[in-house]
Design a protein around this ligand. Structure first.
Ligand code: PLP
Length: 427
């Protein structure tokens, strides 16, 4: 439960930042956001002296937990050499080779500074390559905070009920055609009408921004087929799933190849990052070779490159994926059992190290399903768990993340808190 010091800071912040925060979901923590003193392993320590088990993990990047010693050492070593050059730097080659090996063998990559920038470039690139103007995106999928994709968006846009952001001109919004996730008919219908003008279908292969929604068997394969049939590109937005579903992300997990993959979060080891990887002939359209413009003062930031490289090395050397999968399953099972025993009919979705619970029976396969969850109960669960020292996402429209340092003991503590929380929720 956030304390007096957090309240004082939040009151000050509300005079300075809209809603007191610099990214909307941070304001969803009730009754008010806690302020962080520091992070260590699976824990966040607050300025109010509380220790919280962290299942938000900065919304995905911290797959090794907070302040991992190897990432910290690598970053410290980098700082000794300076931190920004505006000129090429060898580690960007190493990180590029690693990512391409896993995500786009034989392809090319451009590093940018956020997932937002990555999807913006990917879409511009698809439009430049195909010389077409429309894109197809899915309701509840979130691809960042830029104009092309702020229609039917998930994450904070869904949390705050914003179907299309104000400030995006209608002429721009009209170029984004909205289909329903896991509903191929809606895609077919759009493509029948506009297929020869669609540059790309962009999708979160696993939706992590409308709660957690998994693709139905064959859904992603069908997207591949439809894109090919109409000469459109398929963009997998792997900003969340990249290096989280496994080293090779969603393409490998579901056996479907994309034309363009966007990455972010884990790839920067906790520092700001985005990346676009695509086949060579597509990527060669980007400046300075081609005429699809991209540039950035901070692109391929040396500290980010080093932190990302070290994070991936640790993932490769230690293979924490089976243990994280098992831990997430224990949490999912307990959520389901504890809810059931206390009279709540819930759906729990989980895959690898991601979990989310919906207060809705009968499965969650779409944004419409996710919206039917009883949000009041989710918010209450969040509030109770926070009081018990467990920080889960403050919004139903986000996903719980686990890290490699959420040990068995940490998970056991979490399971007890979940049991207690559902008893308290029943009242
Ligand atoms: N794409 C997906 C799938 C995301 O989950 C996010 C952020 O949560 C983004 C893109 C945007 O990334 P960023 O917040 O780094 O701009």
């Amino acid at each position: 439960m956030p304390g007096k010091r957090s309240l004082k800071l939040y009151e000050e912040a509300r005079q300075l930042f809209p809603g007191g925060v610099n990214s909307p979901v941070r304001a969803a923590v009730k009754p008010y956001p806690f302020y962080v003193e520091r992070g260590e392993g699976p824990y966040i320590f607050t300025v109010d002296g509380e220790k919280l088990i962290d299942y938000v993990l900065a919304y995905g990047p911290l797959i090794l937990g907070h302040r991992h010693p190897r990432v910290k050492a690598a970053v410290e070593e980098q700082l000794e050499k300076g931190w920004l050059y505006g000129a090429p730097y060898e580690p960007e080659i190493e990180l590029a080779k690693k990512i391409l090996w896993y995500y786009m063998p034989g392809g090319m990559i451009r590093f940018v500074n956020s997932g937002t920038e990555a999807t913006m470039l990917a879409i511009r690139l698809a439009r430049g390559y195909t010389r077409r103007k429309y894109i197809v995106k899915f309701e509840g999928c979130y691809h960042g905070a830029h104009d092309y994709v702020l229609v039917g968006a998930g994450s904070a846009a869904a949390e705050y009920g914003i179907p299309a952001s104000e400030g995006v001109p209608e002429e721009v919004a009209r170029l984004t055609l909205i289909a329903k996730y896991n509903d191929i008919d809606t895609v077919e219908k759009i493509m029948k009408k506009h297929g020869d003008q669609v540059a790309a279908i962009i999708v979160e292969p696993v939706v992590g921004n409308a709660g957690l929604i998994l693709p139905r068997d064959g859904f992603l394969r069908e997207l591949r087929r439809i894109a090919d049939e109409h000469g459109a590109l398929l963009i997998f937005d792997e900003v969340i799933t990249g290096f989280r579903l496994g080293l090779r992300g969603a393409q490998e997990y579901f056996g479907v190849k994309a034309d363009i993959v966007t990455l972010g979060k884990i790839v920067g080891g906790g520092f700001p990052v985005g990346a676009v990887a695509a086949r060579r002939e597509i990527m060669e359209m980007v400046t300075p070779v081609g005429k699809v413009f991209n540039a950035g003062t901070f692109n391929a930031h040396p500290v980010t490159m080093i932190a990302g490289l070290e994070t991936i090395r640790v993932l490769e050397e230690t293979n924490p994926y089976p243990a994280m999968r098992e831990a997430a399953k224990r949490i999912a099972d307990t959520l389901l059992d504890a809810a059931g025993r206390n009279g709540f009919d819930v759906t729990v979705n989980h895959i690898e190290s991601m979990v989310q619970v919906f207060f809705k029976p009968g499965g969650v396969w779409s944004y419409d399903d996710a919206k039917q969850s009883n949000r009041k109960l989710y918010d209450k669960l969040h509030e109770i768990l926070l009081r018990k020292g467990v920080f889960i996402p403050p919004s139903q429209m986000e996903t719980w993340f686990l890290s490699a340092v959420h040990t068995r003991e940490v998970i056991d503590d979490t399971l007890s808190a979940i049991e207690d929380a559902f008893r308290e929720l029943r009242g």
